[in-house]
Design a protein around this ligand. Structure first.
Ligand SMILES: Cc1cc2nc3c(=O)[nH]c(=O)nc-3n(C[C@H](O)[C@H](O)[C@H](O)COP(=O)(O)O)c2cc1C
Length: 446
């Protein structure tokens, strides 16, 4: 690993030189037109291959409905021209909320979600015309060990984990969620998917990454005497049961899942790690899971890496950590290359299922050229931005109209959006969006 460094690349030539110096595979092409072409995800046409990744906003109403702040974020993404808009992690039941302002989809809040869909589609139509209809995905989740439904930790854990338990002061012998309770949560996912279809979403994403409940079952090697722990077949069961049941009960709804290529927690406490070398990544199970998901009915997939509460740099390569957080032990371009390699491998193993990768915001204005090279080589399905979309919600419009991103509008990977989420405050770009700039003054730089 090379020492951490801040972004200093001015051109594609600089990027190639830095990748060469670090021995990394970072493809690039100047021609980004492939990202702007119409595409299809799971048989649903999209106006382009430009995607907004799910980004929790912590700005829901107390009952879990989208607020005016939530609507503002999605209107901006839609007016900004993105062809796929991945709405953020939304709890399927109250005890699964990550904070008291996380979205929660129930019969009671359904109307609010229908308004969110309508407002998003209307904003896209107004700016781009009736033919421009972005694919809208709603990500469904239960926060499991990271649940804080009333603002304080209320963990629901699948297995005891010496690496993750200390993050929430969970004692090593804390009681585990029962198989019966996991089956009940499975049913809640199915019910929420039904509601998402009624609200007008095109697709639901079963969130299976970042250490939350479903992803914890994938890693539950040590969970004994359980249908949802031990061998791979059992660990994959909860996710596959959710997908199969949704396919049966909501046949018109597209299904996707955001997987951890690896959560990077050492074996036997993590997913995607080598049993013979516990700290070494092994993508074998992620590839197998991608194949099983496609057979169960998932029509496209998304990927992430790591657990943000544990090693945030794995999922989101950055220049600056959250104030007070450690500087990562690697160069951010190494983190970007790890994302690209994981997307390449999993897309290669499931060539007919588009795979949406992540981790490109650190590249700023060079991101589209890298994504275009990935898509052109069949190594991934889209150019997708998380933090970059929060900073520049009209990044797609800039690519469509100007052919490039403006370096004055891109994400600076300062981690202040992560700080807001950690503080359970409404999330936005502290650097680029005046509505959130206050966070830079009141401790953001502490
Ligand atoms: C503030 C914040 C909120 C996030 N919320 C979600 C979420 O709701 N669901 C999810 O799967 N990932 C979430 N992520 C991860 C992003 O989707 C994305 O994977 C990550 O930021 C890396 O991509 P990027 O380099 O384009 O930002 C979040 C990240 C941040 C910083």
């Amino acid at each position: 690993m090379a020492p951490h460094a801040r972004f200093h690349l001015r051109s594609a030539a600089d990027l190639a030189a830095e990748a060469g110096r670090l021995g990394l595979d970072i493809p690039y092409r100047d021609d980004i037109s492939i990202l702007l072409e119409k595409a299809s995800f799971g048989g649903r046409a999209t106006p382009n291959r430009l995607a907004v990744l799910p980004m929790e906003g912590a700005d829901a109403e107390p009952a879990g409905s989208p607020s005016e702040w939530t609507l503002r974020r999605y209107r901006r993404y839609a007016a900004g021209g993105a062809g796929l808009i991945w709405c953020e992690a939304t709890a399927v039941r109250a005890d699964g909320r990550s904070n008291r302002s996380q979205l929660l989809l129930t019969e009671e809040t359904l109307g609010g979600f229908a308004r969110l869909v309508e407002a998003t589609r209307a904003a896209a139509r107004k700016e781009w015309g009736a033919g421009h209809d972005p694919l809208l995905v709603l990500q469904l989740t239960h926060s499991g060990r990271f649940a804080r439904p009333d603002g304080t930790p209320r963990p629901l854990i699948v297995q005891n984990n010496p690496h993750l338990d200390p993050l929430r002061d969970i004692p090593p012998d804390a009681p585990l969620v029962s198989d019966g309770e996991l089956a009940a949560i499975r049913d809640d996912f199915v019910e929420a998917a039904d509601l998402a279809a009624s609200a007008g979403f095109d697709a639901v994403d079963i969130k299976a990454c970042h250490g939350y409940l479903v992803s914890e079952t994938l890693a539950a090697h040590g969970r004994e005497d359980s249908r949802y722990g031990g061998p791979f077949e059992n660990r994959a069961r909860l996710l596959l049961e959710i997908v199969r049941r949704i396919r049966e009960e909501a046949p018109g709804l597209l299904i996707t899942s955001r997987l951890p290529a690896t959560d990077a927690v050492p074996f036997p406490y993590g997913f995607g790690m080598d049993p013979d070398a516990p700290d070494k990544v092994d993508l074998g199970e992620a590839k197998a899971l991608a194949g099983l998901l496609a057979r169960a009915g998932a029509r496209f997939l998304a990927l992430s890496l790591g657990i943000p509460a544990w090693r945030p740099h794995l999922g989101r390569p950055f220049d600056r950590p959250v104030p007070g957080g450690p500087v990562p032990p690697e160069h951010p371009l190494e983190g970007v290359a790890r994302h690209l390699a994981a997307t390449t491998e999993i897309q290669g193993s499931s060539p007919r299922t588009p795979v949406v990768g992540a981790g490109l915001s650190w590249l700023r204005a060079l991101g589209p050229g890298v994504a275009a090279a990935m898509v052109a080589a069949g190594r991934g399905g889209a150019f997708a931005l998380g933090r970059g979309a929060l900073a520049c919600p009209d990044f797609a419009a800039d690519l469509i109209r100007r052919g490039r991103l403006s370096s004055r509008k891109v994400c600076t990977t300062c981690s202040l959006c992560s700080l807001l989420l950690r503080r359970q405050e409404r999330v936005g770009c502290v650097v680029r969006d005046p509505e959130y700039r206050h966070a830079a003054d009141d401790g953001g730089n502490a």
